[in-house]
Design a protein around this ligand. Structure first.
Ligand code: AMP
Ligand code: ZN
Length: 483
C-alpha cells in the first residue's frame, strides 16, 4: 500500500521491517476527561489503517499507551499534570480518575467499532523501562540534570525537527498561555525525561529513581512502551497531527539517541476535527462526546461514516448539519443493503474480485476512505446478484466497520414484520427490530399515552431505556431501535 509518511513528507510504498508483519504504535488518550469526538477521529482513522493492513493479509501487532501520568497542561513541560487537574476537579484520586476515563474511552471506542489494540499499557506500569532508557541517555551525554529534573539535550542531535520546520515561536506557546517558562533547560527545545518532587510537590504518583523520587515525562512513555512490546525497529507510529510536535519529535530524539539507529519508518498523522468556531476543546463551547451524539439520537456509527467520507489528512469540520447529511446518506445506504435478499444463488467470483480490487486500490492509496465508500455504492448499483453484493459488503465492512449487513438484516426483518403484523386492537402500529417482547412493551406505552396515563407511559419508557431501547413516536403509533 501507499502511505503518506509525515517524516519524509511523501507518499511511500509501505514496506515493513519483517515481511508479512507490522508493528504499529498509537499514542493513547490522556485519561483525565472524556475523549471528544475529535480525539476519536484520530483513533477511528488509525483503526481503519490497522483493519486495512489485516484485510490485505498482514499480521499486525498494535500497541497503545494510556497516559495516566506526566502529560502537563502545556506540551512544553510547564503547568500542572493533567491527571492531577482532573483529580482535583472531581475530588478523586488520580488512579480513580484514570480507571474511570480509561473505561469511558473504551466504551466510546466500542460504540464506534474501534478495535482495542493488542496491547494496552498504562504509562504507570512501565517505570523500569523509562529508567533504563534515561540511564543510558545520561551515560552517553544525551541527557542532563538541572533543578532536580532530567532533560534531553537537543543540541546533541544533528537533526531535531523531523516533521516541520518549527521556529522558536512554536516553543513559546506555553509562555503565551501564561504558563511560566522552564528556566532549567539549556536549549529551548530540550524536554523533560524525568521530573522530581523538587518541581511538583503536589504530584500523587511518584517512584524512586537514580535521580530522586519523581515521575516520567510524557514523551518517554511512548518510546518505552513501544520498544518494550514492538522492539527496536517500529514500522508505523500514529497519532493526531498536534502530536507531531513536540511529542513525536521528542520520541524520535530520545529513541534514536538511545538505540543508536533509526527507530520508526512511517509516521501517520490524522488531521483535526474542528468545529465551525475553530479548534475543538474539552472546556470551551459544547463538549462533543459520543454520549452527546447518542443523547441527540444519533447512532455512533453515523459519526464513523461521517469521518470515512473524508480523507484523514484533511481537517474536517463538524457541525450538526454535516452530521445530519451523513446520517441521511448512511440510512439510504442501509436501506439499499436491506433490499438485497440473502438467498440468491452463489457468489460470482469474477465480479467479486473486480469490485474487491477497486476497494483495495482506494484504501491502498493512502487510505482513501471516501473512494472506498464510492466503491461500496458501485457494488450496490452493479449488475450482479445479491449474494455477490452481500459478500462484497461483508468484505469491505471488515475494514470500514459500519455493521452494514447486520443493520441491513435488522431493517429487513423489521420491515417484513411490519408488513405481516396487523394493527393492534387499539389500531396502534409498532415498528421495531423484530423482538416481540419489546414490541409488546412499546405497544403498552403507546396505549398508556393514548389513554393519557402519563405516569405509566413514562415508567415504561424508563424500563425500555434501561434495556437500551429508544422509542420514537410516529403517526401510526411508535417505532423503536436498539442504541
Ligand atoms: P490526548 O488525550 O489529549 O492525549 O489526545 C488523544 C489523541 O487525540 C491524540 O492523538 C491527539 O493528537 C488527538 N487529537 C486531539 N485533538 C484532536 C482533534 N480535534 N481532532 C483529531 N484528533 C485530535
Ligand atoms: Zn505518544
Amino acid at each position: 500500500m501507499k502511505l503518506y509518511n509525515s517524516a519524509t513528507h511523501k507518499r511511500e510504498e509501505f514496506i515493513p521491517n519483517e515481511p508479512g508483519k507490522v508493528g504499529m504504535y498509537t499514542c493513547g488518550p490522556t485519561v483525565y476527561h472524556f475523549a471528544h469526538i475529535g480525539n476519536l477521529r484520530s483513533y477511528l482513522m488509525e483503526d481503519i489503517l490497522e483493519k486495512y493492513l489485516r484485510w490485505t493479509g498482514y499480521n499486525v501487532t498494535r500497541v497503545m499507551n494510556i497516559t495516566d501520568v506526566g502529560h502537563l497542561s502545556s506540551d512544553a513541560d510547564t503547568g500542572e499534570d493533567k491527571m492531577l487537574k482532573g483529580a482535583r476537579r472531581e475530588h478523586k484520586t488520580v488512579m480513580e480518575i484514570a480507571k474511570f476515563y480509561t473505561d469511558a474511552f473504551f466504551d466510546d471506542c466500542k460504540k464506534l467499532n474501534i478495535k482495542t489494540p493488542d496491547v494496552v499499557e498504562p504509562a504507570t506500569s512501565c517505570i523500569d523501562e523509562y529508567i533504563k532508557i534515561i540511564t543510558r541517555l545520561m551515560d552517553t551525554g544525551y541527557a542532563y540534570k538541572a533543578g532536580g529534573n532530567i532533560y534531553f539535550d537537543t543540541s546533541k542531535l544533528e537533526r531535531y525537527y523531523i516533521f516541520n520546520d518549527h521556529d522558536e515561536e512554536d516553543l513559546a506557546v506555553g509562555v503565551r498561555e501564561g504558563v511560566e517558562e522552564d528556566a532549567n533547560k539549556r536549549n529551548k527545545a530540550d524536554f523533560v525525561l524525568w521530573f522530581t518532587k523538587s518541581k511538583f510537590d503536589g504530584q500523587e504518583l511518584k517512584w524512586d529513581s537514580p535521580w530522586g523520587v519523581g515521575y516520567p515525562g510524557w514523551h518517554i512513555e511512548c518510546s518505552g512502551i513501544s520498544m518494550k512490546y514492538l522492539g527496536d525497529r517500529l514500522d508505523i507510529h500514529c497519532g493526531g497531527v498536534d502530536n507531531a510536535f513536540p511529542h513525536h519529535t521528542n520520541e524520535i530524539a530520545q529513541s534514536e539517541a538511545y538505540l543508536g539507529h533509526k527507530w520508526c519508518n512511517y509516521w501517520m498523522h490524522v488531521h483535526h476535527l474542528n468545529t465551525t468556531g475553530g479548534k475543538m476543546s474539552k472546556s470551551k463551547g459544547e463538549f462533543l462526546t459520543v454520549s452527546l451524539l447518542e443523547e441527540k439520537g444519533y447512532d455512533p456509527l453515523v459519526y464513523r461514516f461521517f469521518c470515512l467520507q473524508s480523507h484523514y489528512r484533511k481537517a474536517l469540520v463538524f457541525s450538526w448539519e454535516n452530521l445530519d447529511n451523513a446520517k441521511a446518506a448512511f440510512d439510504k445506504l442501509i436501506a439499499k443493503a436491506a433490499a438485497l435478499t440473502p438467498e440468491d444463488g452463489g457468489v460470482d467470483q469474477e465480479a467479486f474480485e473486480a469490485y474487491r480490487k477497486k476497494f483495495d486500490e482506494a484504501l491502498g492509496n493512502d487510505l482513501n476512505t471516501s473512494l472506498g465508500i464510492t466503491a461500496l455504492y458501485d457494488v450496490l448499483k452493479a449488475k450482479t446478484n445479491s449474494a455477490t453484493k452481500r459478500a462484497l459488503l461483508d468484505s469491505f465492512d471488515q475494514v470500514l466497520g459500519l455493521d452494514l449487513l447486520a443493520k441491513a438484516d435488522r431493517k429487513r426483518a423489521a420491515e417484513e414484520k411490519r408488513k405481516a403484523s396487523a394493527p393492534s386492537s387499539s389500531g396502534i402500529i409498532i415498528t421495531g427490530e423484530g423482538d416481540p417482547a419489546i414490541d409488546a412493551l412499546v405497544l403498552q406505552r403507546a396505549e398508556a399515552k393514548k389513554s393519557k396515563n402519563w405516569a405509566e407511559a413514562d415508567r415504561i419508557r424508563d424500563e425500555l431505556k434501561a434495556q437500551g431501547i429508544e422509542v420514537t413516536d410516529t403517526k401510526e403509533g411508535a417505532s423503536w431501535r436498539k442504541v
